[in-house]
Design a protein around this ligand. Structure first.
Ligand code: PLP
Length: 678
């Protein structure tokens, strides 16, 4: 008895409080933050996203406070926040993982990575990586002439590698060869069979020895999106016969002594570690043969592909990986050692071109929600002579909520903590079945109403009533669905039918183009109110007038869900959403669709004594800039409107003060970013 009392009290407290309170931990679990966020993102007790830019080493920033602080500096949403500490931390983790693997496997060689510039060419990003990477002689990889220019100019460490990939014309090749005299360490990677000729000619003309590499086409295929970027049909790389012919051509030209590196790339975001192991074994054998053929070698470049666990599920699915950074490093080190050691050849310096793995975490896009579509929530008042079809819907609704109305306040008090069976009072029929029946009826009557409207038997206001009533049925049913336990497929669809579209101040084509182009998933979640139960389902529509401009696929621990749990908007309060792990590829792939330009961006550093420091502010494109990008002259556009306004004044259609207001709006818009101002 004594023991029973506290538990009884507990039960009573539970009953009074309704369902258990929603905690920040519930949000972390719901949005997968506890998986993909580690170690940089979590939720604090205030229900805000917390950023730990240096991982477990301490120092944290409340993302909501940060956004408010940045708004105070006249930066506006959507806002790209780059945490340079995270970028540095990623670099440290990558090097630490290889250092651990090298120690663990007693690898008699080194690791020396490069950053593929194509992953994020932003000046401050590349500069930061070069600066932070100095202590490891971290290098860069270029895939075009412009990227080569960036790399040549920024990379001033003579020991760092500058890997030159991509299509190369004579000028590209000569530039790379001559750069060696500048004190750089460029490696011209032969990717196409016909490049050999040009390289030989250039080095003979310049009388300069290049530093050469060969990219091999492996037969190992990756799974997923980038699976086809390797194998026989791959765009880049030499087939095995081409590798042999190239070695022969270099020998003839007396350049075989400059062949130092073997490179392969099995595609981005390798999901399955088994693919990497196969590729490493294959490449290891090719490396061995190249040494036997007389090339000095010394470097094995395993390319990119180190994946990101976007959904935190640690599975070999598209948005995840079944391995950790450490597993990756271990496999590279162990496999290469296994290949080379038995044959007594010196172990190569290991190079990786990890882009996604370095640049994804550091930037967070925060956007605001402008409003949401709602299902019409009100029940239209009863009309005299209501058409039968509308009556049917009204009766169906009454059937669902009828008990409440009949029993008055006592029933309302009860209904909040009883099951639908009590509410529906349906004898022996199980509650879910009753709900299912009611929903079937509602759909049938709604379809009848639409048919009747098409045939001219229903007026526009009557059709509106029918729509409102069918939505009200859906709402009433959804409100009675149990919070847990199996729900029939149809009723699940009902929840989805009631979902809202949240209007986002954002262009996915600009800020998250891969979500549109290749169905890439990024974690998306509110950055505040995480201590409130998100009781709506929704997806996002962006600002563009393009029906593809939406975020409607969300991470779901190894799966994908079409709707995200979101909060009801509060009048007068902002609702801020974060898009995470999108620091790689998105900025440069983003386009000007509908003339939405780049967003404001900031570089944030943890402050020495807590707090933060704004290192760089990169203003987003103004309307004038995006117009100019399309060859329009903003001044000329304004001038034409000025002339048209004068004519309107002359005709008496516009007052001078109105013209002034119009011109003022136009001029101000030209100076502002392309997004909606709050
Ligand atoms: C794109 C690319 C990379 C970067 O790949 P990630 O998967 O982002 O690491 C590396 N090397 C080459 C040759 C590439 O084309």
């Amino acid at each position: 008895m004594v023991l029973a009392q506290p538990s009884l009290a507990g039960e009573m407290a539970m009953a009074a409080a309704g369902p258990p309170a929603w905690t920040p931990a519930d949000s972390a679990s719901l949005y997968g933050l506890d998986g993909w966020g580690d170690p940089y993102f979590s939720v604090n007790a205030r229900g805000h996203v917390l950023v730990q830019p240096q991982g477990e080493r301490g120092g944290s920033l409340d993302l909501v406070d940060l956004v408010q602080g940045l708004q105070g500096r006249n930066l506006s949403l959507p806002l790209l926040i780059r945490f340079d500490d995270i970028l540095e931390d990623r670099l440290e983790r990558l090097h630490a993982a290889f250092a651990r693997a090298i120690a663990q496997y007693g690898y008699a060689g080194r690791y020396q990575g490069v950053f593929p510039v194509k992953c994020n060419q932003q000046r401050h990003v590349v500069e930061q990586l070069v600066e932070s990477g100095r202590r490891w002689h971290f290098g860069l990889e270029a895939g075009s002439k412009a990227e080569l220019l960036i790399a040549l100019s920024l990379l001033d460490d003579p020991e760092a590698l500058l890997i030159c990939n991509g299509y190369k014309d004579q000028r590209y090749i000569e530039t790379a060869i001559l750069a060696r005299r500048l004190g750089r360490q460029p490696v011209v990677v032969i990717e196409q069979a016909d490049e050999v000729e040009r390289i030989i000619r250039a080095s003979q003309e310049l009388g300069a020895a290049p530093f050469l590499g060969i990219r091999a086409k492996l037969s190992t295929r990756s799974t997923g999106r980038w699976g086809s970027s390797v194998g026989e049909k791959a765009k880049f790389g030499l087939s095995i016969p081409d590798v042999l012919a190239t070695v022969e051509a270099l020998r003839q030209a007396d350049l075989l002594g400059d062949l130092k590196l073997l490179h392969f790339h099995v595609g981005s975001q390798i999901n399955d570690i088994a693919v990497l192991k196969d590729a490493l074994q294959e490449a290891g054998q090719i490396y061995l043969q190249l040494v036997r053929l007389g090339a000095p070698m010394g470097f094995l470049d395993v390319g990119g592909g180190l994946g990101i666990d976007y959904d935190g599920s640690r599975t070999a699915t598209a948005a995840s990986t079944n391995y950790s950074l450490q597993n990756y490093a271990n496999d590279v080190v162990a496999t290469v050692r296994e290949c080379c050691e038995p044959h007594g050849i010196p172990l190569p310096t290991l190079v990786s071109e990890s882009g996604r793995a370095i640049a994804s975490h550091f930037s967070v896009l925060v956007f605001d929600v402008l409003g949401r579509s709602g299902v019409p929530g009100t029940v239209p008042p009863l009309q005299a002579n209501e058409p039968l079809i509308v009556r049917n819907l009204r009766d169906t609704l009454a059937g669902i909520t009828g008990l409440l109305e009949e029993r008055g306040s006592e029933a309302i008090a009860r209904s909040s903590d009883t099951t639908p069976a009590a509410t529906l009072e349906a004898g022996d029929v199980p509650p879910l079945e009753r709900l299912q029946e009611a929903w079937n009826d509602a759909i049938k009557f709604r379809d009848d109403a639409l048919a009747a409207f098409r045939l001219g038997y229903l007026s526009l206001p009557e059709r509106a009533m029918a729509e409102q009533l069918s939505w009200a049925c859906a709402e009433a049913i959804a409100g009675q669905l149990p919070a847990s336990g199996p729900i029939p497929e149809d009723l699940r669809a009902l929840r989805a039918a009631l979902a809202s579209t949240y209007y986002a101040n954002l262009s996915v084509f600009r800020s998250a183009p891969d979500t549109w182009a290749i169905d890439q998933l990024f974690p998306v979640m509110p950055i505040h109110r995480l201590n409130e139960r998100p009781d709506r389902l929704g997806s996002f529509a962006d600002l563009t007038c393009d029906s593809d401009g939406k975020l409607a696929r969300f991470i779901d621990r190894g799966q994908v869900k079409p709707l995200l749990e979101l909060h009801e908007l509060k009048p007068g309060e902002p609702y801020w959403i974060g898009l995470f792990l999108a620091g790689a590829y998105q900025e440069v792939m983003g386009n000007l669709h509908n003339l939405f330009g780049s967003t404001d961006a900031v570089h944030i550093r943890l402050g020495a004594g807590g707090g933060y420091r704004v290192d760089h502010v990169v203003r987003g494109n103004t309307n004038a800039e995006v117009l100019e990008a399309m060859e329009h002259d903003p001044e000329l556009l304004l001038e034409r409107l000025r002339v048209a306004s004068e004519a309107a004044i002359g005709r008496g259609d516009l007052r001078i003060s109105e013209v002034r207001r119009l011109m003022d709006h136009l001029e101000t818009s030209l100076r502002q970013t392309t997004y909606l101002q709050s």
